[in-house]
Design a protein around this ligand. Sequence first.
Ligand code: NAP
Length: 252
Amino acid sequence: MDTMNNKVALVTGAASGIGRATAVLFAEKNANVAISDVDEEGLRKTADLVKEQEGEVLSITADISKADEVENMINKTVDHLGRLDYACNNAGIEGPMTTTVEYTEEDWDRVLNINLKGQWLCMKYEIPAMPENGGSIVNISSILGKVGFAGAPAYTAAKHGLIGLTKTAALEYSEQGIRINAVCPGFIETPMLDRAGITTDKETKKQTESLHPIGRLGESEEVAEAIVWIASDKASFISGDSLMVDGGYIAR
Ligand code: NAP
């Protein structure tokens, strides 16, 4: 995996956090990179970081919950960069922190539309665009794709659903050389955790750190390492898996 020369990687949610770190790492491995997000300003910053490497970078503004925008994102990637070898379906939102009863239908639909339907739409258009001799897709689920979390019903349902979807798509497309896996991060220090109040409140941060046997929160770069590795040929016999990058969180 030292080199992904002449290969093309697409990363959604690349304007921030885990997506940004993943886009930069793909570029460090010599891939040409398409970065996509709804946040144009964040995308520009990521593009600057990716440009520090040698390969090409293409920025595409797209909302992954809208089929026409996802289709356009894939078409642009192939038109401008010539192919699509790796896709990291990472864009996601946390949604409000409230109970199953208090959750509104509007919030439920928004979280499911982005965190589950959006990932499906990405795969729907990515898979036919991949070369005949294969490609690799990494869907970003979560520890909350494996265990429940009081106060995050829609997020937890979407992330569990994404693991089922990943397994099913892997069964459908492994034979044609497309490996499809999920990566499940623990709590990672990104703007998402700031918005959720986890990193901004000292006591909450300490409590959250203590949920990880390693004793701290993760870094985006640590998740990116796992994503780029499982996407690469180094992981050539891995398909339908959910790789935990969680400091031991679900080992309890
Ligand atoms: P982040 O820093 O908030 O980055 C997510 C990016 O996705 C943002 O730039 C966001 O833009 C964008 N986005 C949101 N909705 C979108 C849409 N409909 N279409 C395209 N882009 C959209 O979050 P992160 O922590 O890096 O999270 C990345 C992924 O990892 C998510 O799927 C998340 O659920 C998952 N994850 C995160 C953690 C964690 O602790 N951080 C743990 C487990 C799993 P806006 O900022 O403008 O909304």
